[in-house]
Structures are given as C-alpha cells and as structure tokens.
Design a binder for this molecule. Sequence first.
Ligand code: F6R
Length: 254
Amino acid sequence: MEIQIFENYEELSINAARLVAAQVRLKPDSVLGLATGSTPLGMYAELVRMHEEENLDFSEVTSLNLDEYLGLGEEDDQSYVSFMREHLFSKINIDPEATYLPDGLAADPEEAAMYYEMLADMVPRDLQILGIGRNGHIGFNEPDDVFPVETHVTDLTESTIQANQRFFKSEEEVPRQAITMGMKQIMAAKKILLLASGAEKAETIADLVFGEVTSQVPASILNLHPDVVIMLDEPAARYLVEEYGFDEEEEDED
Ligand code: F6R
C-alpha cells in the first residue's frame, strides 16, 4: 500500500482528482468505481473543474457505484443516485447511460444485488475510489465474522446509521439497509484509491495499515491487493504518525 499524507482536505482532494484524471486521460474508456459520502466531494468538485477548464473528457468513461440505500431512488435527495447526479454526473460529459448504481427501489432487492454482481463482472473497474467508515467499512461492508464476498443486501450498523444521520432530517429517516458490492468486486479493481479525511477516521486508518487482516475491520482486506493508494489528510493520519511513528519520507526511500 502506498500512503500519501496531505496537509489538508483541499490538497487531498486535488491530488485524488489528479490521479483519477490521469487514469481517464491515459485510458479514455476507463471504468471507474465510485463512492459517495462527504470524503470524495472535494475530489468530484476538482474533477468538474478539470472538465470545465482543462478539457478532461469523460465521454467514454463508464462508472459503477459501490452502493445504494434500500428504499431510496432518484426522487429522493438522499439517494446515492441523486448524490452522484448532483455532484458529478450532471456537471461532466459522462454518458448517463454508462453510469450504474444498484437499484434501491427494486421490488426484489436480493435479485437486484445479484443483477448488479453480474453487471460488475462484465465491466471490471480500472480504478476503484473508496471512502472508509469510522468502523472500517468500505462500501457498506460492515464489520462481521466473515468478509462478505458478493454484492448483497446489508443491514447498516448503529455506528453507520449515526454517522450518516447528518445527511437526513432525523435518525429515523436513515435507511436501515443498503445494497452494496462485496469484497470480490472491490478487490477485482486493477487499482484502488482510498481517501480518508478528519480525526474521526484516524484510529481506523491505523488499524487498516498496521493491524491484522480481519473482517472486523473490513478495509483491512486491502492489504491483500497489489495496487492500493491511500490518501489522507493530516488529521486522518494522526494515529499513524503519532502512535505508530509512520514516516512518509522513510517509506518513500524503501
Ligand atoms: C459510500 C460508501 C461508504 C463511505 C463511508 C465514508 O458510497 O461506500 O463506505 O465511503 O461511509 O463516508 P464519509 O466519506 O461520508 O465519511
């Protein structure tokens, strides 16, 4: 894993966008795996700027999102399909027909999950963007006794419901379930870029980097992937540096 630490969220976002832009410029028909949440917002804003001012062209890109809340669709502001439209898809020249998310309104969510798994098998990701939950989740793969393998319907943990409450009027409104890609599809990506910002992620980042690979910290599975870049701002890197003595420059020399 390559770990890059930036002074603040803005620098983190700009550098994350540069990596995505390089991917798209080198391979215009790239398949991008996308995440929602607060963390990638700055990166998406920078990608929009690069599209507007630097001709970054998404016309041949395909995207697959990691997850969607069960029960929410494009009519709901809080659905991930709405999030992606608002912050990225409506502002760049990606073909809307080439943007995929699990169907949160499916009459049969299990079937929708199976369908998404098949779709993801057909369009492997060149680059997968990930955020990370305070409890170490990636996608909505929550801490559990085993790593979930395929796309599935999942119950959100209390910690995730509380963390995501900030996007809703009240805790009651936060959906209790989601459809999420499992570890197989995440790990199948050629390259993975995980972003984390803020002190509340510092402990789980240290667990991910220095802890054992365990399904209780779902992101720890990334230690088994050959090409992972972790971009952190200083608050998110605090434990790595202060508790574990992580030194970015020493790592570079290795
Ligand atoms: C969102 C997703 C989640 C988030 C994670 C962090 O599509 O898959 O794993 O990346 O919950 O969310 P933020 O960035 O809001 O802290």
